[in-house]
Design a binder for this molecule. Structure first.
Ligand code: ARG
Length: 459
């Protein structure tokens, strides 16, 4: 097939080089955006008197028919095409003749591709935000269900203080809400049309870039034509936001994996989100969570790959930039896939409230509250801390717990200890009274649930 740029060449491109150069196998997914962009461009060309009305009508009809045929499978991508832009233009000329050759007036593939990716990412970012939103809803519902379930809270993976289990879950709702915000922020900065930057220097045609931008739902146009075709920081920003989102999903996955082990048994995953072993009949493996944790690596890798690709590029367009697409497409596909499995996995998981309660009974996680008990009776916190530490050590030696350690034993350390200490250090009190703003009590959990739902409403 003769290249559109064949004029100045005497020989055809080597076959391997041609394949190496071609991006159609991955940029074909932007066909709808490419066509949408071309339609807006063609309308602008007519409005500005650059291309005649009858030609533009043919162009628009032709593009429409290509879009329909691609949508319904009547037309398939030519794998020998150089990229999606060349493919659509060649197909258009095949269908409507010479008028098709006028479409590329006052445009370059450099601004065209910069436009197409933005349009594509805008659609995908919206899809991902709504998937994250759904996940936040599911986690928040789970948190509400588990507002009164008592569990140990951890630091250093050591039992630390008792909490409502829903409080732990809600930490993820908060992270994911910020992830939604990060993606939306990136889209806000990205939402300026580069079309009309042309190859790198703008054009001498009397174009109306604002018209195209408005037709395509942008907030305006990019202000520098070199930046318009060279900038891929919008890809980096989105990929960073996806990487951070995956960090959150991966941490949650790690906890799901731990919690569903025999050592914890805090939760039970639904059969439909677990797998068996080919040899060990008893196994029920949290593969979905492991895969989400594992796939986080490739989303980080894609971000590093594009950062590295861009770091040494002189302005303006360089073919290296074609590498942006596979990286960001893979990040998008991975994030979407992970969310589509992760959300129902969380929705169907069961929390073993009796197990989390028993776990909270061990590990002296009410020791802080015992120290606070003395402090509230007038002892300086550091002194109280030391006494309680000594009592804990004593209890470990004697294999007993603070909750049933006899009062006369307590009295040996301080006269401030009275019978009311038992009530004060019961798990119910420790959790129930943690009502500081954002604290771990059931009441606070319900307040947080309400807050998260209000935030989601604003979306
Ligand atoms: N396939 C190219 C890409 O993805 C399109 C832009 C090509 N521009 C050029 N001057 N060769 O970057």
């Amino acid at each position: 097939m003769e290249k559109m740029w064949a004029g100045r060449f005497e020989k055809a491109l080597d076959k391997k080089a041609d394949d190496f150069n071609s991006s159609i196998r991955f940029d074909c997914r932007m066909y709808a955006q490419d066509i949408r962009g071309s339609m807006a461009h063609a309308m602008m060309l007519e409005k500005q008197g650059i291309v005649a009305k009858e030609d533009v009508e043919k162009i628009l009809d032709g593009l429409e028919s290509i879009l329909n045929d691609l949508n319904n499978g009547a037309l398939t991508f030519d794998e020998n095409a150089e990229d999606i832009h060349m493919f659509v233009e060649a197909e258009l000329t095949k269908r409507i003749g010479d008028a098709g050759k006028k479409l590329h007036t006052a445009r370059s593939r450099n601004d065209q591709v910069a436009l197409d990716i933005r349009l594509y990412l805008r659609d995908k970012a919206a899809e991902i935000v709504s998937l994250v939103k759904r996940l936040v809803q599911v986690i928040t519902d789970k948190a509400e269900e588990n507002a009164k379930v008592i569990a140990p809270g951890y630091t250093h993976l050591q039992r630390a203080q008792p909490i409502a289990f829903g409080h732990h879950l809600l930490a993820y709702s908060m992270m994911l809400l910020r992830d939604m915000g990060r993606i939306e922020d990136a889209v806000k900065r990205m939402n300026y049309s580069p079309l009309g930057s042309c190859a790198l220097a703008g054009t001498t045609y009397p174009t109306d870039r604002a018209f195209v931008a408005e037709k395509l739902g942008f907030d305006g146009v990019t202000q520098n034509s070199i930046d318009g075709v060279s900038d891929r920081d919008f890809c980096l920003e989105l990929m960073s936001a996806f990487a951070i989102l995956m960090t959150h999903l991966s941490r949650f996955s790690e906890e799901i994996i731990l919690w569903s082990s025999w050592e914890f048994k805090f939760i039970e995953l639904d059969d439909s989100y677990t797998t068996g072993s080919s040899i060990m009949p008893q196994k029920k493996n949290p593969d979905m969570a492991e895969l989400v944790r594992g796939k986080t690596g490739r989303v980080y890798g894609n971000l590093m790959a594009l950062l590295t690709t861009l770091k040494g590029l002189p302005l303006a367009y360089n073919k290296d930039m074609q590498e942006d697409k596979e990286a960001i497409f893979d990040s998008i596909d991975t994030v979407v896939m992970c969310l589509e499995v992760f959300t129902p996995m969380i929705a169907t998981m069961k929390v073993n409230a009796d197990v989390t309660y028993k776990a909270a009974q061990k590990g002296f996680i009410n020791a802080t509250d015992l120290a606070d008990y003395l402090t509230k009776k007038g002892m300086p916190f550091r002194a109280a801390y030391k006494i309680v530490g000594t009592i804990v050590a004593e209890c470990i030696k004697k294999d007993c717990v603070l909750d049933t350690y006899p009062l006369d034993e307590y009295k040996k350390y301080s006269d401030l200890f009275e019978n009311d200490l038992y009530e004060e250090i019961s798990l119910e009190t420790c959790v129930g009274k943690r009502n500081s703003a954002g604290g771990a009590s059931p009441k606070s959990v319900l307040a947080q649930v309400k807050w998260v739902r209000e935030e989601l409403e604003k979306q």
